[in-house]
Design a protein. Structure first.
Lengths: 156, 716
């Protein structure tokens, strides 16, 4: 059973004819070759697959692509404008907030989604909201610093 | 050795494959690669005498010598080749610093080519904290030798002496005559390739620590930008033309044997290949989704013969019963008989999983009987050999390429995923990418071994340890020896018959051994009616271990905090040494009896590993070790029953998350007067016993198991 899904991905209109129950993650990675979004667990427990759907962070590994029909999707590849990085990307670089980097795209997308909703988060809000996102290198301290820095950029 | 390397490089060059310098641009031809590398000036770094003596894990790849190569392109481009790999621990930055320091160039001039067995020298496995003490010096010697040869060429041209010239910023200057030659100028010299074809003297002088300009500074990861943009291709991201996605059929339980399987349901599916060879069954399909469907269709037809398997609740009895040669008896009966007090305890440490965020992944491609595998491994040459043996290929018909990958923690040493991908690719007749699922990773990857540890000691009437007997069953001998003065002392490791596949993990058994020892030290201190800090210092002779312990206690304000009586709050400390580095931690915990939880509020850790090469990177490693170490200390434990893993997922196996992060006070004790040791492992060994001792302090009940459980509970 296939269906044609039409959506906007990183500002580009896309159409994919596929089984609508396939995870959005796998369609992004395998059909659209956007491999910046990672598979860390496949069960919505690690956050590595986070993308923005309509500006809100979503776990693409447990989102059927059928649910993304007619939606606007933003992945890590769609953030930078040429050489200009998104402020959250800048904040991660400035704080050196990555070790192996496998969680980084999902973290960055989650932080953007979070700051969209909560532009001036408290430390407790950051920890609570980001608790669904794993960094197995356990570089949480620097990531927390990066999130605070990104929030301070947004306040300017 | 050199000839062999050269042969290998020559054969590898026949592949139409890319260089890492332009990451994963598969259209990049070999010809282009040679252009990128320039004239191919080659220096082989021979082993220093000291390194040869310290040869071992991760240092030299068995009998092979440690070596590195440096290429200088005609445009002055410098490429450093190393068999080490980057998985987040910072080798790329530190090796870049090493080369930049000795070549007298900015770090931006250095390109690192890592972990491509077709192109780089075998620097051994990336493990055992060996990059810093082995590979950094090897790269430094190679780079220093290259600089000296370039100076010689310049001096010959100018008919002057090396002492009269200066090298800075990639150019040689003769101040007296105001002449300069850049490395690019010198790279044009016709005789340079010949000059460079000499072995590096093992005694080549490297820059003294006091003159370091690049080493000792916080150089950032050179390719970091690619990680925040998503451009970096991890092994699981790679795609080749005509590639399929693979899946492998796993037994329903440990030890189960496949009796029969019907591949037809998968073969009937469009564009699906199904492979069955003895116990190996797998599929490959144009999408992961269809591969999953095909595998499920086959799995329904598979018949298995199960095998008995002990459960995790029986595992410690099992390991003790099956200790090889039995559990050794304490030989110090006389000392125990004379002791004022004696203490005997047994510690249990559960099986845990590394759970790297990027699961095992490999992309395999066959071309005319030659095999190329892109994969995430700490052991590229080990995989290379494993593949050659598995497929009975000549050594030079295999190439393993390791892009910077998604963490390892000692868990990516064996090549099973590469072999599986290669089997699927051969069967399917096209490249196959295989990424293990999280459940597979939690079930079929190897585990950090469970441990049963017996400790027994005696104290005299002054509270001094008079005898010490320590036996680790099953988990390993790392840091099994006590660093304390302990009178008659014997420490040993005995093998058992482990029910799970087990292997390396950050510091190997040093975590378990240090946990047992340091928990036991707190009970001994209590028996001697002594403060845990004072009791340790009484028994310590090692000045480096004393220094970190005293520094941590001072920063934490140990004496004041330990003296405070606060309900359900405790402080504990622990220290240890392993792999030439020293660590001490002080911890404050709060015990939440209603929630049955232990909350780590504050950690102060002091770490010393000689001369610090990159402070920011080292600090990140220490932070990571502390928080990662909290997982097995508080919660992580594999649960298995009837041969099935019961908690093979992040929903059931809770690893540290943002909400667990304590207040951290980390101090790096820099010792520029001492050789640099690696820092990615040892910082993990103090956290678990420090937490346990803080729980002991808070509850009055000593801890004897990891994960730590509150007294009177079965699960923390």
């Amino acid at each position: 059973m296939t269906q044609t899904i039409t959506f906007t991905v990183n500002g580009q209109p896309k159409a994919v004819t596929t089984d609508p129950s396939r995870p959005l993650l796998e369609v992004l990675r395998e059909d659209l070759h956007l491999t910046g979004t990672k598979c860390g667990c496949g069960e919505g427990q690690c956050g590595a697959c986070t993308v923005l759907v309509g500006g809100q962070s979503r776990l693409s590994c447990i989102t059927p692509v059928g649910n993304a029909d007619k939606q606007t999707i933003l992945t890590i590849e769609g953030l930078a404008a040429g050489d200009n990085l998104h402020p959250v990307q800048e904040a991660f670089l400035a704080e050196g907030a990555l070790q192996c980097g496998f969680c980084t795209p999902g973290m960055i997308m989650a932080v953007i989604g979070f700051l969209n909703e909560t532009p001036k988060p408290t430390e407790a809000e950051i920890r609570s909201r980001m608790d669904d996102h794993l960094c197995r290198c356990c570089g949480y301290t620097k990531i927390l610093n990066a999130i605070k820095r990104a929030a301070s950029y947004a306040k300017r | 050795m050199r000839t062999d390397q050269a042969d290998r490089e020559h054969s590898a060059a026949e592949y139409d494959e890319p260089a890492e310098r332009v990451p994963f641009d598969f259209s990049l031809s070999r010809r282009r690669f040679v252009q990128v590398l320039g004239a191919g000036l080659l220096i082989t770094v021979g082993p220093g005498a000291a390194l040869a003596q310290r040869r071992g894990r991760g240092g030299s790849g068995g009998a092979r010598t440690v070596s590195a190569r440096i290429h200088l392109g005609r445009d002055g481009t410098i490429t450093v080749l190393t068999g080490k790999v980057e998985m987040g621990q910072g080798a790329r930055a530190e090796l870049t610093q090493a080369a930049a320091e000795e070549l007298r160039v900015p770090v931006s001039r250095i390109h690192m080519l890592m972990g491509d067995t077709g192109l780089v020298p075998d620097d051994g496995i990336t493990a055992g904290s060996r990059t810093t003490p082995s590979t950094v010096p090897a790269v430094r010697r190679g780079a220093a030798a290259a600089r000296q040869l370039l100076v010689q060429v310049a001096c010959r041209r100018w008919a002057t002496e090396p002492a009269s010239v200066d090298v800075r910023d990639g150019q040689v200057t003769h101040a007296a005559t105001k002449r300069t030659l850049t490395y690019a100028d010198l790279a044009q010299s016709e005789d340079l390739p010949k000059v460079f074809e000499q072995a590096v003297p093992s005694d080549v002088a490297v820059t003294p620590v006091t003159e370091w300009k690049v080493l000792g500074t916080s150089v950032v990861r050179p390719n970091r930008r690619d990680f925040v943009t998503g451009e970096h291709k991890f092994p699981s991201d790679l795609v080749r033309d005509g590639m399929l996605y693979g899946k492998v059929l796993r037994p329903p339980s440990y030890g189960a044997r496949l009796v029969s399987v019907d591949l037809e349901p998968a073969k009937a599916m469009k564009d699906v290949a199904a492979i069955h060879d003895d116990q190996f069954v797998g599929v490959a399909a144009p999408t992961t989704f269809r591969a999953r469907e095909a595998l499920a269709a086959i799995a329904r037809t598979a018949k298995w013969e199960p095998a008995p398997h002990p459960s995790s609740t029986q595992v410690f009895d099992h390991l003790r019963r099956r200790a090889q040669g039995g559990v050794p008896k304490n030989p110090f009966a006389d000392q125990l008989a004379e002791a004022r007090k004696t203490l005997r305890r047994t510690y249990h440490v559960a099986y845990v999983q590394h759970a790297p965020l990027e699961t095992r992944a490999a992309l395999a491609e066959w071309n005319d009987g030659r095999l190329t595998v892109w994969t995430g491994t700490q052991n590229p040459f080990g995989y290379h050999g494993e593949l050659a043996r598995a497929f009975q290929l000549p050594y030079d018909h295999v190439r393993v390429i390791v892009p910077d990958f998604g963490s390892g923690f000692g868990g990516k040493h064996t090549g099973e995923v590469a072999v599986e991908a290669a089997r699927l690719a051969r069967g399917a007749g096209c490249p196959v990418s295989l990424q293990w699922t999280r459940q597979e990773e939690f079930t079929w990857a190897y585990f950090r071994p469970a441990a049963v540890i017996d400790v027994e000691a005696g104290l005299d009437d002054k509270g001094v340890i008079t005898s010490w007997h320590f036996v680790n069953i099953n988990s390993g001998g790392a840091a099994v020896e006590t660093p304390y003065r302990a009178g008659k002392a014997r420490s040993r490791y005995v093998r058992s018959d482990p029910p799970l596949r087990q292997g390396s993990y950050r510091t190997l058994a040093a975590t378990a051994n240090n946990f047992a020892r340091e928990c036991f030290m707190d009970e001994l201190a209590a028996a001697a009616d002594a403060d845990p800090l004072a009791f340790r210092l009484t028994h310590l002779d090692n000045p480096r271990l004393q220094a970190v312990l005293e520094a941590a206690a001072k920063r934490f304000d140990w004496r004041e905090r330990r003296g405070q009586k606060r309900p359900d709050v405790g402080v504990g400390l622990a220290c240890g040494t392993e792999k030439g580095s020293y660590v001490a931690a002080c911890v404050e915990v709060a015990v939440d009896r209603t929630q049955n939880r232990i909350v780590v509020r504050r950690v102060c850790e002091v770490f010393e590993c000689g001369a610090v090469l990159n402070p920011d990177n080292l600090r990140a490693q220490v932070q990571g070790c502390i928080i990662m170490g909290m997982g097995p200390a508080l919660r992580e434990a594999m649960r298995f029953e009837d041969g099935k893993m019961q908690n093979a997922g992040f929903s059931k196996y809770r690893v540290p998350r943002f909400s667990d992060v304590p207040e951290l006070d980390i101090h790096l004790l820099n010792r520029p007067d001492l050789p640099s040791a690696g820092g990615g492992e040892t910082p993990i060994i103090a956290i678990a016993p420090a937490i346990a001792n803080a729980v002991f302090h808070a509850t009055g009940a000593a801890v004897h198991e990891m994960p730590i459980r509150l007294p009177g509970t079965t699960q923390a």
